[in-house]
Design a protein around this ligand. Structure first.
Ligand SMILES: C[S@@+](CC[C@H](N)C(=O)[O-])C[C@H]1O[C@@H](n2cnc3c(N)ncnc32)[C@H](O)[C@@H]1O
Length: 241
């Protein structure tokens, strides 16, 4: 059994493996559930936070020793011009990115809209600065050498995608790096789905628009991977000029 992972087009949870597609996900322990396109997403960030409050302990148990996303994080770390300050946006309760960042010489901080996620993360990593905040309104307290947003900003209302990407790019030191995940379609899209009995909304601007904006915000794409192909989940690494 491994931790469930979030695909763009499906959250895959631990469970029975039935199809060739889910067999591919068996390595992380998986069965696919209820996802539908809506185009009508209404969930506000605070509501997303409340849903995550209710599954924060489960999330921690599933991901404490999971390696999900760490290969991409390693790549992002290699690109970072300096390896001092880092911020994990939507860090969740496990702190597995935080641990990896510390191992690589960073002093990381984490921010999450779910107070319960942060409470558990603080207990797990008492020496680390954790903030409760909505990345849409929360002001970064400083600039960073590395900013990560693994499976977090894909929950934003679609109108917040551009301003938050701008905030992340503006929050980088020169040669700083941002790593984030998004839905990998070529056009903007909104979907809803549920796991662990909670509903969530997801949005994407589409890969082409994310890449265009990265350039507009003074960064260059260094790496892009459909890391759960054939699922539409994309990780992007970009570097500040
Ligand atoms: C799928 S979990 C990923 C957690 C962590 N990055 C990981 O990979 O284990 C999504 C996280 O993003 C957080 N999140 C969602 N919307 C947010 C927002 N607007 N501001 C800050 N955090 C947010 C959630 O509370 C949740 O902890």
């Amino acid at each position: 059994m491994g931790g469930g992972i979030v695909c763009w087009d499906a959250f895959v949870d631990d469970g029975e493996i039935a199809t060739p597609q889910s067999a591919r996900l068996a390595m992380t322990g998986a069965s696919t559930i209820h996802i539908q396109p809506t185009g009508l997403n209404k969930m506000k960030p605070e509501e997303t936070g409340s849903h995550y409050d209710r599954i924060a302990l489960w999330w921690q148990e599933q991901h404490l020793h999971s390696t999900y996303g760490l290969a991409a994080l390693e790549k992002a770390i290699k690109f970072a011009g300096n390896k001092s300050s880092a911020l994990d946006i939507g860090c969740g309760s496990s702190g597995r990115f935080i641990v990896e960042l510390i191992k690589n010489g960073f002093t990381p901080a984490g921010v999450d809209i779910s107070a319960e996620m942060i409470s558990l993360a603080r207990k797990q990593h008492p020496g680390v600065n954790f903030y409760v905040g909505d990345i849409c309104t929360w002001q970064l307290p400083r600039k960073y050498d590395l900013i990560t947003a693994w499976d977090s900003t894909f929950h934003l209302p679609i109108a917040e995608q551009k301003p938050v990407l701008k905030k992340m790019c503006a929050g980088l030191n020169p040669k700083g790096v941002v790593l984030f995940t998004c839905g990998g379609g070529s056009v903007s899209d909104e979907i809803s789905g549920g796991f662990q009995g909670e509903n969530f909304d997801y949005s994407t601007l589409g890969v082409n628009e994310f890449l265009r904006l990265i350039t507009e915000f003074d960064c260059s794409c260094k790496y892009l991977e459909y890391d759960q192909y054939p699922h539409n989940h994309v990780s992007i690494i970009a570097q500040k000029a």
